[in-house]
Write a protein that binds this ligand. Sequence first.
Ligand code: KG4
Ligand code: ZN
Length: 347
Amino acid sequence: MRILAFETTCDETSAAVLEGRVLRSNAVFSQIKLHRKYSGVVPELASRAHLEKIPFVLKGALGAAGRPTPLRPGAFDAVAFSRGPGLPGALMVGRVAAETAAELCGVPLIGVNHLEGHLLACEFAGGRVSKPLRFPLLALIVSGGHTELWHARGYGDYKVLGRTRDDAAGEAFDKVAKLLGLPYPGGPSVEKEAARAKGQGPVFPRPYMEGTREFSFSGLKTAVSYYLAGRLGQDFYKRGLRLPPGERAQVCRSFQDAVAETLVRKAADAARSLGLTRIAVGGGVSANKALRAAFGKLDGFEVRFSEKDYCSDNAAMVALCALRRLEAGKFANSLKVSPELDRPGWR
Ligand code: KG4
Ligand code: ZN
């Protein structure tokens, strides 16, 4: 079974080849440099960059797959792409590329849910699909656009328990980094700064949203902004005023701790209430070491993360979702893809 997959939901253009359980290639072009000066992803620029890069990324993935894998009947058994959620213009590029490849190869086209990709990315180890998830489990998806808790009962069988009401966890990292004058993407910048922190810093609130499975990170971002306004003046951002490096590192660590504690507590509460002992964490924010350490301290749970290479957006995880669908025989053998972008399940 050989699958060709595309990923273009946000600011990574990626194509991958999965052959059986072996990941033959996973070519990723990151647009970070393009968006850095705006401190966030500019959708129109992202779409254009996907359009420009996708032929080269595809060529790279086919070349790195180890042998010439031209797009012809017999080369692939299925073509997959992230159908959403994501930026509309960006999604279109991956979809058209996948439709074209599927048509050329005469094989099924499988549109997968990007967030399911982040969950299944936990199954990769050493370039192979060698650590299958064990269900049922509690899934926590933490990315730049989403923060969600799912009751995952099997492949494709996901019940969304709660989402964020406002900012996603990654978005909060990105916005706080911007307030502090740190480069985009904010997650890795804040993590790096936090690692330098010494001494007691400010304490920010934990937005637990008691009694719900939902999240809310915009208040935490506002708490950081009030702290900065208190220290530097109301118009600190406009005037380009910044904290001294030592204090900035403390703010980063305090913010990161607040996010990590909130995510761990909410995931653990949800898992306990459902009698689940397994937790799997996916998405860009799951690369964060403080978050991994906080989950590591949790007693009574087996917690899975994906390898660092597969935390951020990539087409390997998209190919893997398609593999699970093919194995279950649950895919439409046609060019029609489901418009229900918000529903991750396919059972
Ligand atoms: O999953 P992802 O690559 O793209 C989306 O689907 O959104 O996630 C990107 C997000 C960004 O907000 C980025 O700041 C955050 O993940 N991120 C991190 C880290 N690495 C990336 N957040 C915290 N710590 C990190 N090390
Ligand atoms: Zn993502």
